[in-house]
Design a protein around this ligand. Structure first.
Ligand code: HEM
Ligand code: HEM
Length: 178
Protein backbone atom coordinates (compact mmCIF):
# COMPACT_ATOMS: atom_id res chain seq x y z
CA UNK A 1 0.00 0.00 0.00
CA UNK A 2 1.37 3.42 -0.89
CA UNK A 3 1.91 5.66 2.13
CA UNK A 4 0.07 8.60 0.52
CA UNK A 5 -3.22 6.67 0.60
CA UNK A 6 -3.15 6.50 4.42
CA UNK A 7 -4.64 9.14 6.76
CA UNK A 8 -1.83 10.96 8.57
CA UNK A 9 -1.08 10.01 12.23
CA UNK A 10 -2.67 13.19 13.66
CA UNK A 11 -5.90 12.58 11.69
CA UNK A 12 -5.91 8.95 12.86
CA UNK A 13 -5.30 9.86 16.51
CA UNK A 14 -8.12 12.43 16.36
CA UNK A 15 -10.49 9.96 14.62
CA UNK A 16 -10.06 7.22 17.24
CA UNK A 17 -9.76 9.60 20.21
CA UNK A 18 -13.00 11.37 19.30
CA UNK A 19 -14.67 8.00 18.69
CA UNK A 20 -13.80 6.94 22.27
CA UNK A 21 -15.06 10.25 23.69
CA UNK A 22 -18.35 9.98 21.77
CA UNK A 23 -18.93 6.46 23.10
CA UNK A 24 -18.28 7.82 26.62
CA UNK A 25 -20.54 10.84 25.95
CA UNK A 26 -23.53 8.66 24.99
CA UNK A 27 -22.95 6.44 28.03
CA UNK A 28 -22.93 9.55 30.26
CA UNK A 29 -26.09 10.90 28.55
CA UNK A 30 -27.91 7.65 29.31
CA UNK A 31 -26.62 7.26 32.87
CA UNK A 32 -26.96 10.87 34.04
CA UNK A 33 -30.13 11.91 35.90
CA UNK A 34 -32.98 13.46 33.82
CA UNK A 35 -32.36 17.15 33.32
CA UNK A 36 -35.40 19.12 34.55
CA UNK A 37 -36.15 22.67 35.64
CA UNK A 38 -33.82 23.46 38.55
CA UNK A 39 -31.49 20.45 38.00
CA UNK A 40 -27.93 21.31 39.05
CA UNK A 41 -25.03 20.36 36.73
CA UNK A 42 -23.31 18.03 39.20
CA UNK A 43 -21.82 14.53 38.98
CA UNK A 44 -22.44 12.73 35.68
CA UNK A 45 -24.12 15.83 34.19
CA UNK A 46 -20.93 17.81 34.80
CA UNK A 47 -19.00 15.00 33.09
CA UNK A 48 -21.40 15.13 30.11
CA UNK A 49 -20.78 18.87 29.77
CA UNK A 50 -16.99 18.54 30.23
CA UNK A 51 -16.59 15.66 27.75
CA UNK A 52 -19.03 17.27 25.27
CA UNK A 53 -17.17 20.59 25.18
CA UNK A 54 -13.88 18.67 24.77
CA UNK A 55 -15.39 16.91 21.72
CA UNK A 56 -16.30 20.32 20.30
CA UNK A 57 -12.74 21.61 20.74
CA UNK A 58 -11.21 18.45 19.21
CA UNK A 59 -13.63 18.64 16.26
CA UNK A 60 -12.60 22.23 15.55
CA UNK A 61 -8.90 21.22 15.71
CA UNK A 62 -9.64 18.20 13.50
CA UNK A 63 -11.37 20.31 10.87
CA UNK A 64 -8.51 22.85 10.86
CA UNK A 65 -5.99 20.02 10.60
CA UNK A 66 -7.88 18.52 7.67
CA UNK A 67 -7.81 21.88 5.88
CA UNK A 68 -4.07 22.35 6.57
CA UNK A 69 -2.74 18.80 6.09
CA UNK A 70 -5.40 17.44 3.70
CA UNK A 71 -6.79 13.90 3.48
CA UNK A 72 -6.15 11.08 1.01
CA UNK A 73 -8.50 11.02 -1.98
CA UNK A 74 -11.34 8.49 -1.96
CA UNK A 75 -10.49 4.98 -3.12
CA UNK A 76 -11.74 3.97 -6.55
CA UNK A 77 -15.21 2.41 -6.42
CA UNK A 78 -18.81 2.90 -7.55
CA UNK A 79 -19.67 6.62 -7.81
CA UNK A 80 -22.71 6.24 -5.51
CA UNK A 81 -20.44 4.80 -2.79
CA UNK A 82 -18.04 7.71 -3.10
CA UNK A 83 -20.89 10.24 -2.92
CA UNK A 84 -22.41 8.44 0.06
CA UNK A 85 -19.06 8.32 1.90
CA UNK A 86 -18.53 12.06 1.30
CA UNK A 87 -22.07 12.86 2.44
CA UNK A 88 -21.76 10.74 5.59
CA UNK A 89 -18.34 12.25 6.49
CA UNK A 90 -19.76 15.76 5.92
CA UNK A 91 -22.78 15.03 8.13
CA UNK A 92 -20.53 13.64 10.87
CA UNK A 93 -18.41 16.80 10.86
CA UNK A 94 -21.44 19.10 10.81
CA UNK A 95 -23.36 17.10 13.42
CA UNK A 96 -20.42 16.96 15.82
CA UNK A 97 -19.95 20.73 15.63
CA UNK A 98 -23.64 21.69 15.94
CA UNK A 99 -24.66 19.10 18.58
CA UNK A 100 -22.33 20.32 21.38
CA UNK A 101 -23.22 23.96 20.58
CA UNK A 102 -26.93 23.17 21.09
CA UNK A 103 -26.15 21.44 24.41
CA UNK A 104 -24.02 24.41 25.44
CA UNK A 105 -26.77 26.94 24.58
CA UNK A 106 -29.31 24.83 26.48
CA UNK A 107 -26.98 24.58 29.50
CA UNK A 108 -26.48 28.39 29.46
CA UNK A 109 -30.26 28.95 29.36
CA UNK A 110 -30.48 26.85 32.54
CA UNK A 111 -28.05 29.27 34.20
CA UNK A 112 -25.25 26.65 34.32
CA UNK A 113 -21.63 27.72 34.11
CA UNK A 114 -20.26 25.67 31.18
CA UNK A 115 -16.64 24.59 31.49
CA UNK A 116 -14.32 23.22 28.82
CA UNK A 117 -13.17 19.78 30.01
CA UNK A 118 -14.39 20.81 33.48
CA UNK A 119 -11.45 23.22 33.75
CA UNK A 120 -11.98 26.50 31.91
CA UNK A 121 -15.21 28.49 32.14
CA UNK A 122 -16.69 29.31 28.74
CA UNK A 123 -18.92 32.28 27.94
CA UNK A 124 -22.70 31.76 28.05
CA UNK A 125 -24.18 31.05 24.59
CA UNK A 126 -27.64 32.19 25.69
CA UNK A 127 -29.01 34.37 28.48
CA UNK A 128 -30.23 32.52 31.55
CA UNK A 129 -33.93 31.70 31.10
CA UNK A 130 -33.93 32.20 27.30
CA UNK A 131 -36.97 30.34 25.94
CA UNK A 132 -35.43 29.59 22.51
CA UNK A 133 -32.33 28.03 24.05
CA UNK A 134 -34.48 26.00 26.42
CA UNK A 135 -36.27 24.48 23.39
CA UNK A 136 -32.84 23.54 21.97
CA UNK A 137 -32.59 20.84 24.67
CA UNK A 138 -35.10 18.73 22.70
CA UNK A 139 -33.33 19.50 19.41
CA UNK A 140 -30.01 18.46 21.05
CA UNK A 141 -31.53 15.14 22.07
CA UNK A 142 -33.13 14.52 18.64
CA UNK A 143 -29.94 15.44 16.79
CA UNK A 144 -27.89 13.15 19.05
CA UNK A 145 -30.06 10.17 18.05
CA UNK A 146 -29.99 11.22 14.36
CA UNK A 147 -26.20 11.37 14.59
CA UNK A 148 -26.15 7.92 16.16
CA UNK A 149 -27.93 6.67 13.01
CA UNK A 150 -25.33 8.34 10.76
CA UNK A 151 -22.52 6.85 12.88
CA UNK A 152 -24.17 3.42 12.49
CA UNK A 153 -24.22 3.86 8.70
CA UNK A 154 -20.56 4.93 8.73
CA UNK A 155 -19.48 1.93 10.84
CA UNK A 156 -21.55 -0.44 8.66
CA UNK A 157 -19.80 0.98 5.57
CA UNK A 158 -16.35 0.57 7.16
CA UNK A 159 -17.12 -3.03 8.20
CA UNK A 160 -18.54 -3.81 4.74
CA UNK A 161 -15.24 -2.73 3.17
CA UNK A 162 -13.20 -4.65 5.76
CA UNK A 163 -15.16 -7.92 5.80
CA UNK A 164 -16.96 -8.20 2.44
CA UNK A 165 -14.88 -6.18 -0.02
CA UNK A 166 -11.63 -6.80 1.92
CA UNK A 167 -10.15 -3.64 0.38
CA UNK A 168 -7.79 -1.01 1.82
CA UNK A 169 -10.42 1.30 3.33
CA UNK A 170 -9.89 0.20 6.95
CA UNK A 171 -6.10 0.24 6.67
CA UNK A 172 -6.23 3.92 5.69
CA UNK A 173 -7.55 4.74 9.17
CA UNK A 174 -5.93 1.81 11.02
CA UNK A 175 -2.73 0.90 9.16
CA UNK A 176 -1.09 -2.41 10.00
CA UNK A 177 2.68 -2.64 10.26
CA UNK A 178 4.04 -4.83 7.51
C1 HEM B 1 -20.94 15.19 20.91
C2 HEM B 1 -21.34 15.68 22.05
C3 HEM B 1 -22.65 15.32 22.72
C4 HEM B 1 -23.46 14.20 22.62
C5 HEM B 1 -23.25 12.98 21.72
C6 HEM B 1 -24.59 14.40 23.51
C7 HEM B 1 -25.64 13.51 23.68
C8 HEM B 1 -26.75 13.73 24.46
C9 HEM B 1 -27.90 12.87 24.54
C10 HEM B 1 -28.04 11.52 23.81
C11 HEM B 1 -28.79 13.44 25.38
C12 HEM B 1 -30.19 12.91 25.76
C13 HEM B 1 -30.13 12.01 26.95
C14 HEM B 1 -31.48 11.33 27.15
O1 HEM B 1 -31.93 10.61 26.24
O2 HEM B 1 -32.07 11.52 28.22
C15 HEM B 1 -28.21 14.68 25.87
C16 HEM B 1 -28.83 15.56 26.75
C17 HEM B 1 -28.26 16.73 27.20
N1 HEM B 1 -27.00 17.21 26.89
FE1 HEM B 1 -25.72 16.42 25.53
N2 HEM B 1 -24.44 15.61 24.16
C18 HEM B 1 -23.27 16.20 23.71
C19 HEM B 1 -22.73 17.41 24.12
C20 HEM B 1 -23.28 18.24 25.10
C21 HEM B 1 -22.68 19.49 25.58
C22 HEM B 1 -21.37 20.09 25.08
C23 HEM B 1 -23.52 19.98 26.53
C24 HEM B 1 -23.41 21.24 27.37
C25 HEM B 1 -22.40 22.07 27.35
C26 HEM B 1 -24.64 19.06 26.65
C27 HEM B 1 -25.71 19.22 27.50
C28 HEM B 1 -26.82 18.42 27.53
C29 HEM B 1 -28.02 18.73 28.31
C30 HEM B 1 -28.24 19.99 29.17
C31 HEM B 1 -28.92 17.68 28.08
C32 HEM B 1 -30.35 17.57 28.62
C33 HEM B 1 -31.22 18.29 27.60
C34 HEM B 1 -32.69 18.32 27.97
O3 HEM B 1 -33.21 17.28 28.37
O4 HEM B 1 -33.29 19.41 27.83
N3 HEM B 1 -24.46 18.00 25.76
N4 HEM B 1 -26.98 14.84 25.28
C1 HEM C 1 -18.16 8.26 16.68
C2 HEM C 1 -17.82 7.48 15.73
C3 HEM C 1 -17.12 7.90 14.44
C4 HEM C 1 -17.05 9.12 13.81
C5 HEM C 1 -17.68 10.44 14.25
C6 HEM C 1 -16.25 8.95 12.61
C7 HEM C 1 -15.95 9.97 11.70
C8 HEM C 1 -15.21 9.80 10.54
C9 HEM C 1 -14.94 10.83 9.57
C10 HEM C 1 -15.45 12.28 9.66
C11 HEM C 1 -14.15 10.29 8.61
C12 HEM C 1 -13.60 11.00 7.37
C13 HEM C 1 -12.14 11.22 7.52
C14 HEM C 1 -11.83 12.57 8.07
O1 HEM C 1 -11.95 13.54 7.33
O2 HEM C 1 -11.46 12.69 9.26
C15 HEM C 1 -13.93 8.91 8.95
C16 HEM C 1 -13.19 8.01 8.23
C17 HEM C 1 -13.10 6.66 8.50
N1 HEM C 1 -13.67 5.99 9.58
FE1 HEM C 1 -14.75 6.82 11.03
N2 HEM C 1 -15.85 7.64 12.54
C18 HEM C 1 -16.36 6.96 13.64
C19 HEM C 1 -16.22 5.63 13.97
C20 HEM C 1 -15.59 4.71 13.17
C21 HEM C 1 -15.50 3.29 13.45
C22 HEM C 1 -16.06 2.58 14.70
C23 HEM C 1 -14.83 2.71 12.40
C24 HEM C 1 -14.47 1.26 12.16
C25 HEM C 1 -15.24 0.25 12.48
C26 HEM C 1 -14.47 3.79 11.48
C27 HEM C 1 -13.76 3.65 10.32
C28 HEM C 1 -13.38 4.66 9.46
C29 HEM C 1 -12.57 4.43 8.27
C30 HEM C 1 -12.04 3.10 7.76
C31 HEM C 1 -12.41 5.70 7.65
C32 HEM C 1 -11.66 6.01 6.35
C33 HEM C 1 -12.65 6.05 5.22
C34 HEM C 1 -11.99 6.36 3.90
O3 HEM C 1 -10.88 5.94 3.68
O4 HEM C 1 -12.61 7.02 3.09
N3 HEM C 1 -14.96 4.99 11.97
N4 HEM C 1 -14.59 8.64 10.14
Amino acid sequence: MRQTTVYNPVARALHWGIFALIALEFALAWLMPDVRRGTRPDGLIAWHVGVGTSILLLMVLRLLWRVVAGAPGLLPGPTWQQHLAKLVHGLLYLGLLVLPLLGWANASSRGWSVQLAGLWTLPALAPSGARWAHELGDVHQLLAYGLLGVIGLHVAGALYHAVVERDETMRRMWPRRS
